[in-house]
Design a binder for this molecule. Structure first.
Ligand SMILES: Nc1ncnc2c1ncn2[C@@H]1O[C@H](COP(=O)(O)OP(=O)(O)O)[C@@H](O)[C@H]1O
Ligand SMILES: O=P(O)(O)OC[C@H](O)CO
Length: 490
């Protein structure tokens, strides 16, 4: 048992970078946050500056540690997944901006690979599909478009990885080039059955093995950093959606969590069993402990809170994201208005990078409140479609839906999710489940918690939203399906 009893989690998300300090009871002691600038240099492109990410990480770590003012036993890292960085092994400098998970620039490459019949191989080895969402085509794009990159990669000068890898490299002063199995499982290069980089896929996507990190357990040794003073081990790493699954205590097969941040990602623990989806859901690594992977079935929705951000920043319809709660309750129903938020294409179960958003069903009676309500309802409809696909895949229906993420501050959304899906929605009092999951993994790594049962006991209390059946779901769902068909045909 270490004498220091606190964990510092770094949560490097799409729109912000946070550091949070937790104690052994799972209580949050301190938090610090920086917003991350988004760059949209061309249609469908989304980039981050890795130096912004690094600067913000250092700043929030320092601030949270100062605020908590306790000895830190270990650091956990959780991160936006699929986003890739390639950097120089000598200087540690990125050779180009990070290509973000939402970026669609490799859509044509993915389509060509699909036309050539390669999707079954990708699905069978990785549990993923051919979509620009995943890292492989993004890495190949960087190698092909940054002058000299392929030659430098061949000469062993470059290292690549997801954000966890980049941060681990920087935090350890270049001593560790590693990732964990959950992040590796999002690259479309990792064989999730054999738990190793897949030679066939490395060849298919033209990504040299030499630039990739070593794949480790989600809990364990990722080196140490002295940037907070003293040597602090980095003992837990997981992609943010998998970390939220851990933070929500979904350790038994059939338990489901959905995280509503920029996008929405619903993951069901499927245990030691990797499920082969017939409904175009993803199979992915939930976490890997002591070399043993636990799997999850995942439905990925690219736009959830991002639609609320669009109402605020794009349309100027609201001042604060929280305004959507009152607006949704101001009107008795959606007035026939539906938003299909395909702003960056559609993810599961459609996988249509070319689809574009659609606002439909408006009349002269349509108000801003109807549009706001449509944006929130769209999140519920998409969740419904994911849960239905999971059930159709033979994974069953969850007894409760555990929710977290910034958007679940909205009580109306939580109630709507319960009513529409006919399932009790469980919202933790402390909603930073992603960071808590990373803390749990790091704490397991240094023996602060002995096992998963101890993590279950350290979970925060929850608020329940029971279904009240306050409305007739089937006609609403019919309206959604009609709108969805229009978006898919356009
Ligand atoms: N009360 C609210 N109602 C609806 N949406 C909200 C509310 N509060 C925050 N959001 C949305 O939640 C998102 C932020 O959630 P967060 O979990 O911090 O995202 P991420 O980790 O993806 O950066 C934003 O897109 C914001 O618009
Ligand atoms: O940064 P978030 O919370 O929107 O999560 C992004 C996902 O990891 C993308 O797969």
């Amino acid at each position: 048992m270490p004498s220091a009893r606190h964990i510092l989690s770094i949560d490097q998300g799409t729109t912000s970078t946070r550091a949070l300090v937790f104690d052994q009871a799972g209580s949050l002691l301190a938090t610090a946050q920086r917003e991350l600038p988004q760059h949209y240099p061309a249609d469908g492109w989304v980039e981050h500056d890795p130096e912004d990410i690094w600067r913000d990480t250092l700043a929030v770590m320092g601030e949270a540690a100062r605020l908590a003012d306790v000895p830190i036993a270990a650091i956990g890292i959780t991160n936006q997944r699929e986003t890739v960085v390639i950097w120089d092994r000598t200087t540690g400098r990125p050779i180009a901006p990070a290509i973000v998970w939402q970026d669609r620039r490799t859509a044509a490459r993915c389509e060509a690979l699909r036309q050539a019949g390669h999707e079954p191989l990708v699905q069978e080895r990785t549990g993923l599909l051919l979509d620009p969402y995943f890292s492989a085509t993004k890495l190949a794009w960087l190698l092909d478009h940054v002058p000299g990159a392929r030659a430098r990669a061949a000469a062993g000068e470059l290292a690549a990885g997801t954000i966890d890898s980049f941060l681990t490299w920087r935090l350890t002063g270049g001593r560790v080039h590693a990732t964990d199995a959950t992040n590796a499982s999002r690259t479309a290069l990792f064989d999730i059955d054999r738990q190793r980089w897949c030679p066939d896929l490395l060849a298919l996507f033209e990504v040299p093995a030499a630039i990739l990190p070593e794949v480790r357990d989600s809990s364990g040794d990722f080196g140490w950093t002295d940037l907070l003073g003293g040597r602090i081990p980095i003992a837990g790493v997981a992609g943010d959606q998998q970390a939220a699954l851990v933070g929500q205590g979904c350790f038994s097969a059939g338990e489901v969590k959905a995280t509503y941040g920029t996008g929405c990602f619903a993951l069901m623990n499927t245990g030691a069993q990797r499920l082969h989806s017939t409904k175009r859901l993803l199979s992915t690594v939930a976490y890997r402990l002591n070399g043993v992977p636990t799997y999850a079935l995942e439905g990925s929705i690219f736009v959830a809170g991002a639609a609320v951000k669009w109402l605020r920043d794009g349309l100027g319809l609201i001042t604060h994201a929280s305004d959507t709660h009152d607006m949704a309750t101001q009107v008795k129903d959606n007035g026939g208005v539906y938003l299909v938020p395909a702003f960056v294409g559609l993810g599961a179960p459609h996988w249509r990078p070319d689809a574009r958003a659609l606002l439909t069903g408006m009349t002269l009676a349509t108000s801003a409140a109807h549009v706001a309500r449509a944006a929130i309802e769209a999140v519920g409809f998409q969740t419904h479609d994911l849960l239905a696909a999971m059930a159709d895949d033979g994974a069953g229906s969850p007894a409760t839906l555990r929710v977290d993420g910034g958007m679940t501050a909205n009580d109306w959304l939580c109630g709507f999710l319960a009513d529409l899906n006919g399932v009790a929605v469980e919202r933790p009092a402390m909603r930073e489940c992603t960071a808590l999951g990373a803390a749990f993994l790091a704490g397991l790594g240094v023996g602060l918690w002995p096992d998963l049962d101890a993590l279950r006991a350290a979970r925060p209390g929850v608020q329940l939203f029971a279904p009240t059946h306050g409305f007739d779901a089937p006609p609403l769902l019919d309206g959604w399906r009609h709108a969805l068909r229009q978006a898919l045909l356009a």
